[in-house]
Design a protein around this ligand. Structure first.
Ligand code: NDP
Length: 327
């Protein structure tokens, strides 16, 4: 038996609660990990509350990220005691995840914990931070350089947004943070934003094309926000779209793409191949300021995770949340 969050869906409804879990619940896998830290991402919020059909099998241990050490391995690449990291691959959705003391996983999903990070720091980054890095890499590969102009980051107080601000600012970009929480503007400036705007400026239906402003965009919100961001991106600029916190729709026209040569990059972290992940984590180790990471991170115990998942979806959580699974 081990302690963890378990989600069940039956006649009694959809329930997530902290409990003792039988090892038999764990799916097949060739590596067993003693989890040290996990985290709460937007998707974990959806899984725990049941607000979207993220969980595909029941019972399910949520948690799309984990960091810990190997306790059993049938794969010679992993030895007992190795420190490992996992993000995505459907873990916490179709395969039991990280919000528990124990996880049984497929060896090909694991990455070695980068030596620059403690397990807690790796989870402070988590899928949100690694996705922010994938967005930055997409913009860089497009050719974006510091000095090119303002970069818009939407959902700025969220996990992806906060890490994107810190990364881009650290690389020397001019970052404009869009948020619904203007009261947190000083915090966003401390993370590196040079300007903070009200997300209401972007969230209403807009014109097919508007005044050119952004050299690049990291969008976590979707819907009208993404459409307006594309419509106001400069000639040959790029937009990295990774989120849907404001909606899954994309009420846009082709005008920015065919009149301004704007490029829209889709960012997926879940099934990204290992070399892509390795590059992102190497760059996080190089480019993310540990002080800024800590400034955006709050810590909870496993017993608080269900309640905080609801707060996260309600937009009440700032930055990143790490979960100490042993408390
Ligand atoms: P968070 O909940 O931490 O942040 C989301 C932020 O979006 C909020 O803090 C808020 O920022 C803003 N927001 C929330 N609701 C609305 C709304 N109705 N309209 C406009 N803005 C809103 O989530 P994450 O940062 O973990 O994830 C952000 C998005 O990215 C999610 O949709 C998530 O599913 C997606 N994602 C996608 C990944 C991928 O692989 N493509 C991987 C990771 C995340 P503020 O208060 O500053 O306005």
């Amino acid at each position: 038996m081990f302690r963890g969050i378990l989600i069940n869906k039956d006649e009694a409804g959809y329930q997530a609660r902290l409990q003792e879990i039988d090892d038999a619940v764990l799916p097949a896998g060739d590596v067993t990990v003693r989890v040290a830290w996990s985290t709460l991402n937007y998707k974990d919020g959806l899984a725990i509350t049941g607000k979207a059909p993220v969980v595909r099998r029941f019972p399910m241990v949520p948690g799309i990220d984990l960091a810990g050490s190997v306790t059993e391995s049938a794969d010679p690449r992993w030895q007992v005691g190795d420190q490992v990291l996992l993000n995505g691959w459907g873990v916490g959705e179709t395969h039991c995840g990280g919000l528990a003391e124990k996880a049984r996983l497929r060896s090909e999903w694991l990455l070695p914990l980068p030596p620059e990070f403690t397990p807690r720091q790796a989870m402070a980054i988590g899928t949100a931070g690694y996705t922010a890095m994938l967005c930055v890499l997409a913009l860089e590969k497009h050719g974006l350089q510091p000095g090119d102009g303002e970069i818009l980051v939407t959902g700025a107080n969220g996990g992806v947004g906060s890490v994107a601000i810190a990364l881009l600012a650290g690389l020397g970009h001019q970052v404009v943070a869009s948020t619904g929480r203007l009261g947190d503007a000083d915090h966003l400036r401390a993370l590196g934003a040079t300007a903070v705007i009200d997300r209401a400026e972007l969230s209403a239906p807009g014109k097919p094309i508007g005044r050119e402003r952004w050299a690049g965009v990291v969008d976590t919100v979707g819907s009208h926000t993404l459409a307006n961001a594309c419509a106001t991106t400069r000639y040959r600029g790029a937009v990295a779209a990774c989120g849907l916190a404001g909606g899954m729709d994309f009420p846009a026209t082709v005008a920015p793409f065919i009149l301004r040569g704007v490029t829209l990059y889709g960012i997926d972290s879940v099934m990204a191949p290992l070399p892509v992940r390795a590059e992102a984590w190497q760059r996080l180790a190089r480019d993310l300021d540990p002080g800024r990471l800590e400034a955006m991170t709050s810590e909870i115990g496993l017993g608080e995770a269900v309640a905080v998942a609801g707060d996260l979806l309600a937009g009440k959580v700032r930055g990143r949340v790490v979960v100490d699974v042993n408390r």
